[in-house]
Design a protein around this ligand. Structure first.
Ligand code: CNA
Length: 294
């Protein structure tokens, strides 16, 4: 099989594809960690792949592409973020087969929690229960004024974001203009709306900290999907789980800094489709079968 490979295993008795299939059937509390790779099949670029989002930012003059998500830089010049935000804006009403796989785990009563690093909120489109999901880095679902805290649905800003314009708070814009007219000092980000995504320099949502320790105690399987596991603290989750809990990686590229029991390398939609084909019966995510794709 081309796309499914194993690396070294931590658990002597959990290292084969059969072990994965059996565990998917028996597991009752699966902790799923997801990242940008689960949405790339919908045309949303990930960050760190060779054609990812970071590779497209060379014209911004930043020393590190991660700076577009730096809170201090946003405050001093929000136009940098808004010149590129359109590229990662979630499309309407869509989700990928991989989101459907997570929904299937939920419907089977096996999903303990989905810790998603994604900000596209597509899990919601797939019907993942908000209680079963932690958006570790926030999402585009809402946006907040950096000056007065006024909150709006994120989608109300999409037209401006698509037009690469800076969206302003309706409550603060008048005061901003007044100050500008008076030649008073006005912070660049005064009255600017910021999507509720977690920038570098911001704390993760409380929900993450409230749940992660208990979930690590409770889970009986971890599946990491479509993430390079480079951003802490989500990246640290896999190191903190009990040694007896099997850990599976489903990813396009191998991950060398974490010790998964089984690594299934390939496009995640294909890998879960393949697993569902093998499991048969109600394991159905309506995706072309693995065999038809190779
Ligand atoms: P990353 O560092 O860009 O890593 C993505 C990983 O996914 C890489 O290891 C790729 O090999 C892998 N990958 C890409 N496409 C596929 C695919 N079709 N099937 C399987 N694997 C694939 O992104 P991470 O999520 O690890 O980094 C965390 C960042 C990315 C978070 O802060 C996110 O907010 C941020 N992000 C989110 C989105 C989104 O919401 N869709 C898009 C881009 C970045």
């Amino acid at each position: 099989m081309k796309r499914v490979r194993q690396l070294r295993s931590r658990l002597d008795d959990f290292c084969t594809e059969d072990d994965v299939l059996k565990k998917l059937q028996s597991a009752k509390k699966i902790l799923v960690i997801t990242g940008a790779g689960i949405s790339t099949s919908l045309g949303i670029p990930d960050f760190r792949s060779s054609r990812g989002f970071y590779s497209r930012l060379s014209n911004l003059g930043l020393s590190d592409p991660q700076e577009v998500f730096d809170l201090d830089i946003f405050r001093s010049d929000p136009s940098i973020f808004y010149s590129i935000a359109h590229m990662i804006l979630p499309p309407d009403n869509v989700y990928a087969p991989l989101h459907k796989f997570i929904r299937l785990l939920q419907d089977k009563g096996k999903l303990l929690r989905n810790y998603t690093q994604n900000i596209d909120n597509l899990e919601a489109n797939a019907g993942i229960d908000p209680e079963k999901m932690i958006q570790c880095h926030g999402s585009f679902a809402f946006a907040t004024c950096v000056t007065c805290g006024y909150k709006v649905k994120g989608s109300t800003l999409y037209p401006q974001i698509r037009a690469k314009e800076i969206p302003f708070c309706p409550l603060c814009v008048e005061q901003r203009n007044k100050l500008l007219d008076q030649d008073a000092y006005v912070e660049e980000s005064y009255g600017v709306m910021k999507p509720d995504i977690t920038f570098f320099g911001e704390a993760l949502p409380l929900l993450f900290h409230d749940n992660i320790n208990q979930d690590l105690r409770d889970c009986d399987l971890i599946i990491s999907i479509g993430t390079s596991l480079k951003v802490a603290p989500v990246a640290d989750i896999v190191d903190k789980v009990r040694g007896s809990v099997p850990q599976i990686l489903i990813n396009k590229d191998p991950i060398h800094h974490c010790n998964f029991d089984v690594s299934m390398l390939g496009y995640c939609d294909d890998v879960v489709s393949y697993l569902c084909d093998k499991l048969g019966g109600s394991w159905n995510i309506d995706h072309p079968s693995y065999e038809s794709l190779v």
